[in-house]
Design a protein around this ligand. Structure first.
Ligand SMILES: Nc1ncnc2c1ncn2[C@@H]1O[C@H](COP(=O)(O)OP(=O)(O)O)[C@@H](O)[C@H]1O
Ligand SMILES: [Mg+2]
Length: 373
């Protein structure tokens, strides 16, 4: 004999009519989809929790009322009507329902006839599926798809441009030699050469973004990379009257990384900092072990290193902060907007990450974290 304390009460539930009703109630409440059951005159008989969430109306407010007073979209009513009249199911995967709070919820809807044992139509069952998450995923996919197409296009175009560009630069250099000491004219050839170099750099960046190279991981000394890049940019910094401070933690271990690619990351970041500060400003490049170090070490890993590049430049607005890593986003007249997008990807490939804090008018701190492997 089974008692109420039996842990194997499953089959009992199925046998008892009362419990069966409760089971269905629980079932309806557990379904994420919205389930609405209608009587022939479109009066709502059942309205589950999923429907409550999607439409923003409580069960108590819905049951006993006409469908149109709860869901004002006419398509829903007419699909329900069609299902009832024809005894067939109808779907619409591209509907939007306005919630009571005014927001629009994309849904996929199926209206099916509710049949009794003899196949007589008793009413209609509407099942609503919330498509918000799927729509967001689709948008993401479209975005990366577009980037993919854009990448292929950009790569093709870049190759086409590089050749004639080489011709222009070569000719301008020859011309410059011919002109000799005529400063008035060599100023023009100088512009041609500089600008072709700029276009060339832009194209290199674009190609890089379109077809990223595979990483070649070796033990590297991050301080050497930072020093090299600071040296590379020191002339520009000097001309602008910018002081570059360094604060390196000498106990920092070597990390495993791609020297070229990481060098590119820090060049981008330091260059951005130099471009952001006014004459007489400063920037600071510092390194340290990550604060997560202790915790990570206990887990058997060797920790993280942190490189921080701070400046007292113009900082960023909230809007800029939100778009930083979007390819081609730039607030600069001659910016490619690829520097941070590429850096972000390179760091991700190294299982590291980049964090940016900034305040308009005060300055910016870029923190790069890299794992010690
Ligand atoms: N240190 C910084 N200070 C202020 N703004 C910055 C800094 N670094 C990046 N930015 C902002 O982020 C944008 C994107 O940077 P990036 O991807 O390197 O492209 P670009 O330098 O070609 O504009 C810049 O246009 C600028 O608005
Ligand atoms: Mg940049």
């Amino acid at each position: 004999m089974m008692t109420s304390s039996s842990r194997h009460s499953g089959p009992m539930i199925m046998k008892s009519a009362l419990n069966k009703e409760r089971l269905y109630e629980n079932l309806l409440a557990s379904i994420e989809d919205g389930v609405v059951v209608l009587a022939p005159d479109n009066i709502i008989l059942t309205f589950n929790q999923g429907a409550e969430g999607m439409i923003g109306v409580s069960e108590g407010m819905a049951v006993g009322n006409n469908l149109s007073s709860v869901i004002s979209e006419q398509e829903v009513g007419s699909l329900a009507q069609k299902a009832y009249e024809t005894g067939k199911s109808f779907s619409d995967n591209d509907l939007s329902i306005r919630k009571k709070d005014g927001s629009l919820v994309p849904v996929s809807l199926t209206a099916s006839p509710l049949l009794d044992e003899e196949g007589k139509v008793l009413g209609t069952v509407i099942v609503l599926r919330d498509m918000r998450r799927i729509k967001a995923l689709e948008d993401d996919l479209r975005h990366s798809d577009r980037l993919g197409t854009l990448g292929t296009l950009a790569a093709g175009l870049a190759h086409e441009i590089k050749n004639p560009l080489g011709g222009i630069k070569g000719s301008a250099q020859l011309l410059q030699e011919e002109l000799g000491n005529d400063e008035r004219l060599t100023e023009y050839t100088g512009i041609i050469i500089r600008e072709t170099e700029r276009v060339n750099r832009l194209i290199e960046e674009l190609l890089d973004f379109a077809n990223p190279r595979k990483l070649s991981l070796r033990p590297i000394n991050i301080h050497k990379i930072l020093d090299d890049n600071i040296f590379l940019l020191s002339e520009v910094a000097k001309i602008k009257g910018i002081t570059v401070h360094k604060e390196f933690d000498p106990s920092l271990p070597m990390i495993k990384g791609d020297k070229e690619r990481l060098s590119q990351v820090f060049l981008n970041i330091i260059k951005n900092a130099i471009e952001a500060v006014d004459k007489g400003g400063w920037l600071m490049v510092s390194t340290r072990m990550g604060t997560e170090y202790q915790m990570v070490e206990r887990e058997g890993r060797k920790g993280v290193i942190v490189v921080e590049i701070s400046d007292n430049g113009k900082g960023m607005t909230q809007k800029t902060l939100e778009s930083l890593f979007t390819p081609f986003f730039s607030t600069k007249e001659k910016g490619s907007g690829l520097g941070l997008a590429i850096s972000h990807r390179i760091l991700k490939e190294h299982k590291g990450h980049i964090k940016i804090k900034s305040k308009a008018g005060e300055g910016t701190t870029v923190s790069v974290t890299l794992p010690v492997s």
